[in-house]
Write a protein that binds this ligand. Sequence first.
Ligand code: IPM
Ligand code: MG
Length: 367
Amino acid sequence: MTNPSLLILPGDGIGPEVMTEVRKIIDWFGAKRGLAFDVSEDLVGGCAYDKHGTPLHDDTMAKAQEVDAVLLGAVGGPQYDTLDFSVKPERGLLRLRKEMDLFSNLRPAQCFDALADFSSLKKDVVAGLDIMIVRELTSGVYFGEPRGIFEEGNERVGINTQRYTESEIARVARSAFDLAMKRDKRLCSMEKANVMESGILWREVVTEVGEDYPEVELSHMYADAGAMQLTRWPKQFDVIVTDNLFGDLLSDLAAMLTGSLGMLPSASLGAPMANGRPKALYEPVHGSAPDIAGQGKANPIACILSFAMALRYSFDQGEEAARLEGAIETVLADGLRTADLMGPKGGTPVSTSGMGDAIVSALDASL
Ligand code: IPM
Ligand code: MG
């Protein structure tokens, strides 16, 4: 049997340094658990633009379509701010999402016990928090037409279009219901049905899909109220399903409940491929953090947890994913802290690679 294939796209800023730590973890699973991957690496984002004049080369796009899973670091940086919109680093990421048709974006927000003091909210509000945001990722206002900046009379007008078809809503709703079935069987759908027709349709279609999931308790909330409830008492939620733009906002909000953006992974999943695995791209929720790049300050945990999600969702290795998550819990409980986790209570400061090495040791100790 051939090994499953992984395409690694470290990207820009802190992407390459956090990915170096992920490589240590991948190597560990190959050496110690007989879980070897065929790993290839390529460029995305600003670094791809520097080399090829495009944030995603066609050859890289083709490779991403072929592999069993893509693991991405982060894209972007201030040196690319003045580039034309069509070749900005983010366009590389958006092209991957769109062409791989990764419609279901899973963004867990989990509060690790060792970090419960870290949130800007009170400890009892966030301790033990474990919610999952499912964000629609390939449609909505991110991709709707018409879009652009046009002349209208004697001024310019900027236009983006929120557009959802029934099938687009139904497929992401189904993936959220499926997840809810594996969790606490509660799903909250968020839109703005009070002001947007796309929101009215969203609510109707989610309700229809819900008829196939009688065990799941479905609720609906306007997205603004949802943001408020997420900060008031986030533990009322289990799974949240929402559109592309609301999901972008609400997932950043949910991320901060847990203390640090440096902790949160994500999975972007599409339809099953011929081998039964879903098309998949895994990436940390955080960005390229150019201000700290190359200084050994970055927290590699979000990217390592993204690999844990790959083990779980692409490779059916839930137990090994839990082993990796457990190793991370161990090092946090031991007080190891990258710069972003250095809260009022202090801890033992470690560099990016120090954190990666400690997680590898904790994995060894788990055997
Ligand atoms: C995210 C990011 C992206 C988005 C950017 C980098 C294009 O904010 O993944 O949440 O807006 O989707
Ligand atoms: Mg975002």
